[in-house]
Design a protein. Structure first.
Length: 236
């Protein structure tokens, strides 16, 4: 109960901060969607957020989403689920059943796998191309220099529903140049949507044109950090 109202309060605070940053930049707050990143938090936390009118959620692992959302979706048909973590080629089919939006189209092989399922799947999720703006070897994503050509390939040659670009700037650096680069690449690609900004920097991202901010800990509280890349605790 106390935790539920904590989540609701934090959602209202994040909404107010997003709206203020949008107005600062001469944008309409309605043009920025908050994706509430619920990874590692159980279905009860998602329910609490739904109680505060939050309908859009993000998860970074396909299997965690599979365990958590089918029953939530039955109770809340308006819930929308975004995949914000890496998608292995052997999980593409399952991901298409679970997610409404995929933020992590990060390699040609995944684009080909999605295109291969286009005819058998009723409609593909909206897709964002992930750009590795920091050229970090351990991070997935298309290199900035290749991003525009990759988008063209996905849209023109493969017919994929690419709507925008996504980035995860390196930790411990100023994210602003990364957001600005993503915005410029979006412009060159002719794409209208930008998925950028997390708990620590979403206001800066909104000022630079984010249409989706992915906010986890500022809404749901901290995660057991070491577990993020490790095994997922069973959903309750
Ligand atoms: C976990 C995660 C987020 C949310 O991070 P917070 O700092 O908790 O807001 C956003 N984007 C991606 C890709 C993530 O994995």
């Amino acid at each position: 109960m106390g935790e539920d109202s904590g989540i609701a309060d934090r959602i209202r605070t994040v909404r107010a901060r997003v709206a203020a940053a949008a107005r600062d930049a001469g944008r309409s707050p309605a043009d920025v969607a908050i994706v509430a990143v619920a990874k590692t938090h159980g279905a009860a936390a998602v329910e609490a957020a739904l109680g505060a009118g939050q309908l859009v959620f993000g998860e970074n692992r396909v299997q965690e989403a599979q365990a958590k959302y089918p029953s939530l979706r039955q109770r809340h048909p308006d819930l929308r689920l975004h995949l914000i973590g890496p998608l292995q080629s052997n999980k593409v089919k399952l991901a298409l059943e679970l997610f409404d939006v995929i933020h992590t189209l990060d390699r040609p092989k995944l684009a080909a796998a999605l295109a291969g399922l286009r005819s058998s799947s009723p409609s593909l999720p909206a897709l964002y191309v992930q750009v590795n703006t920091g050229l970090e070897p351990q991070k997935s994503g298309i290199a900035p220099a290749d991003a525009v050509a990759f988008v063209r390939h996905c849209v023109d040659a493969l017919g994929l529903p690419v709507v925008g670009l996504m980035c995860i700037p390196p930790v411990d650096v100023d994210p602003i140049p990364h957001f600005a680069l993503l915005r410029e690449l979006g412009r060159e690609s002719g794409l209208g949507r930008l998925s950028m900004g997390m708990s620590d920097d979403f206001e800066a991202a909104v000022r630079l044109g984010a249409t989706e901010v992915r906010v986890g800990s500022a809404i749901f509280g901290g995660r057991a950090g070491a577990q993020e890349a490790g095994p997922v605790p069973p959903a309750q």
